[in-house]
Design a binder for this molecule. Structure first.
Ligand SMILES: NC(=O)c1ccc[n+]([C@@H]2O[C@H](COP(=O)([O-])OP(=O)(O)OC[C@H]3O[C@@H](n4cnc5c(N)ncnc54)[C@H](O)[C@@H]3O)[C@@H](O)[C@H]2O)c1
Length: 247
């Protein structure tokens, strides 16, 4: 269980949901984990629950100077960065609407977090990851990027594009970049916000007839940051119970 011992992982949106699950799993395998979240207080609570290997960082991934300063500070204090999980995202039920319905301002705000946030964190962390053994970035896209019928879906399609672009751009520095496209996973946010009818409709399309769990996404992340995926870069792993494969 110590396969990530001595490694430093930055997890955006680490306070709750997938992000907290990622932090718990990496810390349990020996990594130092930095839970970077807009909600600094919840991140601090999560870090305290995880233990000595965890620390909280209040950070808005859309704030470019703050992101640059935060990555430099983490690297200075811990000697570098090995793993970056670009997980922070706006994904409320309200965001899952056509662009014209959501409106330009809210669509732009979602792009700032879901897309520019990924780009900014990647560019700010990459110099501190370059040349480190096993350096890996995992971006969290979504199955909503496949039908891509909403503003949210477009941001997550962009995350897949950014993943391919950075796999090429950072490959020469020894950094692998992959994405995960989760299907419907019942985190607290989803449980609180998504109407039951939508949950039922998505579940009906799944081949695997059970609820998706945070642990399903955590397992995919662990694969993509492990030496076992050392020949994999620029990919997007769909973890959805097979929703797009249904006839
Ligand atoms: N849960 C699902 O079914 C599902 C499916 C597909 C994709 N996703 C994606 O997975 C990611 C995590 O989902 P979740 O369900 O765990 O979400 P969540 O809402 O439980 O947690 C998201 C975290 O991101 C933080 N955050 C939001 N904006 C931020 C910002 N600007 N800077 C820093 N932190 C910020 C929030 O404070 C929160 O702690 C998101 O990118 C989401 O779009 C989720």
């Amino acid at each position: 269980m110590n396969e990530h011992s001595g490694k430093v992982a930055v997890i955006t949106g680490g306070a709750r949901g997938f992000g907290r699950g990622f932090a718990e799993a990496l810390a349990a395998r020996g990594a130092r984990v930095v839970l970077a979240d807009l909600d600094g207080e919840e991140a601090a609570r999560a870090a305290a629950a995880i233990g000595d290997l965890a620390e909280a960082l209040a950070l808005d991934v859309a704030d470019e100077p703050a992101v640059a300063a935060a990555m430099a500070d983490v690297a200075r204090r811990h000697g570098g960065i090995d793993i970056l999980i670009n997980n922070a995202g706006i994904h409320s039920a309200a965001a899952a609407q056509p662009i014209g319905v959501l409106g330009l301002e809210r669509s732009r705000q979602m792009f700032e977090v879901n897309v520019w946030g990924v780009i900014q964190c990647t560019l700010a962390a990459a110099p501190f990851m370059a040349g480190r053994e096993g350096a890996a970035i995992v971006n969290i896209s979504s199955m909503a990027s496949y039908p891509c019928t909403t503003a949210y879906g477009v941001t997550k399609l962009a995350v897949r594009g950014v993943t391919t672009a950075f796999a090429h751009e950072l490959g020469p520095q020894g950094i692998r970049v992959n994405a995960i496209a989760p299907g419907l996973i019942m985190t607290d946010t989803i449980r609180a916000e998504l109407p039951e009818a939508v949950v039922a409709a998505v579940s009906a399309q799944q081949i695997v007839k059970r609820e998706g769990a945070t642990s399903d996404i955590v397992e995919a992340m662990l694969y993509l940051v492990s030496p076992g995926s050392g020949f994999v870069t620029g990919e997007c792993l769909r973890v959805s119970g097979g929703v797009t494969l249904q006839a």
